[in-house]
Design a protein around this ligand. Structure first.
Ligand code: BES
Ligand code: MN
Ligand code: ZN
Length: 482
């Protein structure tokens, strides 16, 4: 539970105080700690002590005022709450602070997100169902904005729940989560939060002509599902945003088999699907007044006598033929049919596809920046505005016709790989061949949606990226602050 109150430090079992390195804290203890250089307010620093009446004071460093980004604030709150969890504190206060470029709502949102995400663990298979949910009160905020702050807490908690749902889905292993059960989880989320879910089985997918999608799916005993989610929050508008999530519940690579060292995390190859499901939940819970359709072509890339093979020439829902040079470049095959479906059958005006598409994006951008390919500058700018509000990071790769020759087919219209060089670009542009005239963003989240090792603020496994940005992209707030 989270509240906003006009109180001062000292009325709680524990108080988290966020401290800048280069701003006065108006707190005697902090002044002493700073002068002794025990705690200086540096980013990442945490210090705690008991008070005379045996309560705890936890100090968390924010670093320099000018350098603080939204994510740093969220992470500082996470560090504070984690410390409180260790100290078993259930009643907590956090001091409101001003932050560079963030409005009151932005600061409140960051605190609420940090509080909610701090105690996330995926430990249900360890028989642990205990979750640490302290009562947290934000104190010292601007009184005249308390109502607005309360609304922001509610909104941010719902977005955090969407992030948590995405993490849970990614972390769920492939023996539990396969196309059919992923569809069930989407149906459940829809029922609970208020969006419509329609699930198509193999026969219906065939009737739709989704040939490329079916080729990838046909080697597995787990049958594919097309999951269609509709949230119509604004009757008075005929604008519709389309979200497409890559939904490979496991990717062995197929006959172009992955080495075992790069296969062990491939339960996470439905990170795009998880992100769009989490986003739909957040939008519906917050009753956002927009119309959004999300589509997941869920399947498993497995090996059997019936699997597709390198060299195969296959069709697609759009009618283009594709030469399969590598069965491990499967994501784009499922995505192009999902993109065709969402444009032709769901009549969306814009398309965002979200996919753990290439290892190459990890080489190019690492694990904290999502790679983007787009055919539309304005839509890309909207993404960057949304990202400023979410704290997540994106970088655009060129969508230049010089790359087209790399994936032009020898024996078919296209081939499914353009080779190693520029691998994230050609993968994205391949999908771009199917978006017709629609403004389109391709988000390659192979690096950002999964954390191999985890750190002090994000646990190992699914990160929930880029739910927060997709949410902001759809909402398009008027407020120009971060
Ligand atoms: N799911 C993988 C991409 C991936 C790699 C996701 C690492 C997360 C971490 C995708 O299906 C894949 O195998 N891509 C190939 C493409 C290549 C064959 C053109 C790759 O990146 O090696
Ligand atoms: Mn693959
Ligand atoms: Zn894959």
């Amino acid at each position: 539970m989270m509240q906003v109150k006009d109180l001062t430090v000292g009325s709680f079992e524990g108080a988290i105080t966020l401290v800048y390195e280069d701003k006065p804290a108006n707190n005697e203890t902090v002044d002493i700690l700073k002068s002794k250089k025990v705690f200086e307010g540096k980013s990442g620093q945490v210090f705690y002590k008991t008070t005379n009446d045996l309560n705890y004071e936890i100090f968390v460093g924010l670093g320099k005022y000018e350098e603080l980004e939204r994510t740093d604030l969220v992470n500082a709150v996470i560090r504070g709450i984690k410390q409180a969890e260790k100290l078993k504190i259930n009643e907590l206060s956090i001091n409101f602070i001003k932050a560079n470029g963030l409005c009151t709502g932005g600061v409140t949102k960051s605190i609420a997100q940090g509080v909610k995400l701090a105690s996330y663990k995926f430990d249900k298979y360890k028989g642990n169902n205990e979750v640490y949910t302290p009562n947290v009160t934000i104190i010292g905020g601007p009184k005249e904005k308390f109502d607005k702050m309360r609304a922001k807490i509610e909104e941010a908690s719902n977005v955090a729940d969407g992030i948590i749902l995405a993490r849970d889905l990614v972390n769920e292993p492939a023996n539990i989560l396969y196309p059919e059960t992923l569809a069930e989880r989407a149906v459940e989320a829809g029922k609970e939060s208020g969006f419509e879910v329609e699930v198509f089985d193999e026969k219906q997918i065939e009737a739709l002509g989704m040939k490329a999608f079916l080729e990838v799916a046909k080697g597995s005993v787990h049958k594919p599902r097309l999951i269609v989610m509709r949230y119509m929050g604004n009757e008075n508008s005929d604008e519709r945003v389309g979200l497409v999530g890559k939904g490979l519940t496991f990717d062995t690579g197929g006959y172009s088999l992955k080495p075992s060292t790069s296969m062990d995390t491939m339960k996470s190859d439905m990170g795009g699907a998880a992100a769009v499901i989490g986003t739909m939940q957040a939008l519906a819970k917050n009753k956002v007044e927009k119309n959004v359709v999300a589509v997941v072509a869920a399947c498993e890339n497995a090996i059997s006598g019936g699997s597709y093979k390198p060299g195969d020439i296959i069709g697609s829902m759009a009618g283009k033929t594709i030469e399969v040079l590598n069965t491990d470049a499967e994501g784009r095959l499922t995505l192009v049919d999902a993109v065709t479906y969402i444009i032709e059958k769901e009549k969306v005006d814009k398309v965002v596809d979200v996919a753990t598409l290439t290892g190459a994006v990890l080489v190019a951008l690492g694990t904290e920046v999502t790679g983007v390919v787009s055919n539309n500058d304005e839509f890309y700018d909207e993404l960057i505005v949304a990202a400023r509000r979410s704290g997540e990071k994106f970088w655009r790769l060129p969508n230049d016709k010089c790359y087209k020759k790399l994936y032009k087919g020898d024996f078919a219209d296209l081939k499914n790989t353009g080779g190693r060089y520029g691998g994230s670009i050609t993968a994205g542009m391949f999908i771009g061949e199917f978006v017709q005239d629609k403004p389109w963003l391709h988000l390659d989240i192979a690096g950002t949606s999964w954390s191999d090792s985890g750190n002090d603020t994000t646990p190992k496994g699914g990160t929930g990226a880029p739910v927060a940005t997709l949410y902001e992209l759809v909402v398009k707030h008027e407020c120009k602050h971060k």
